[in-house]
Write a protein that binds this ligand. Structure first.
Ligand SMILES: [Zn+2]
Length: 133
């Protein structure tokens, strides 16, 4: 079994609904995603998955979908005013936690047929959430 991992950094704002704590207020993070791929078969170059290709596929999507955007739950009242102001928002069905972000990135990797094993999202230097199936 071989594994490769690519790190992708991005900045995002969010807030958590139905939550009593500092994260109930809009704030931001310098986040870091780890994209873990695994497989038993290497290509003719002895490579599981080209790092450059992985970066191109996933970083482009993260840049468009998560980077420098407000991530909000679909019923967050901030959604409408931010949209009216033309601010970039990404809507989640659930609270936009590190867990939800990891799950969203995982789903995209799955959709792109990457041999995805796990996605980790570091919300701070000391805290990450991961998703795998
Ligand atoms: Zn937060």
């Amino acid at each position: 079994m071989f594994k490769v991992c690519k790190e992708i950094t991005f900045c995002y704002g969010h807030r958590l609904m139905s939550y009593d704590g500092p994260c109930m207020h809009p704030h931001g993070h310098n986040g870091r995603a780890e994209i873990h791929l695994k497989g038993d078969t290497l290509d003719g170059r002895y490579i599981l998955f080209e790092f450059g290709d992985l970066k191109e596929i996933v970083k482009t999507w993260i840049d468009d979908t998560l980077d420098h955007r407000m991530l909000l739950r679909k019923d967050d009242p901030l959604l409408e005013p931010l949209r009216k102001l033309g601010e970039p928002v990404t809507v989640f069905d659930v609270n936009p936690t590190a867990e939800a972000i990891a799950q969203k990135i995982y789903a995209y990797c799955r959709e792109k047929k990457l041999p995805i094993e796990e996605v980790r999202v570091w919300e701070t230097e000391s805290s990450f959430a991961s998703y795998r199936e």
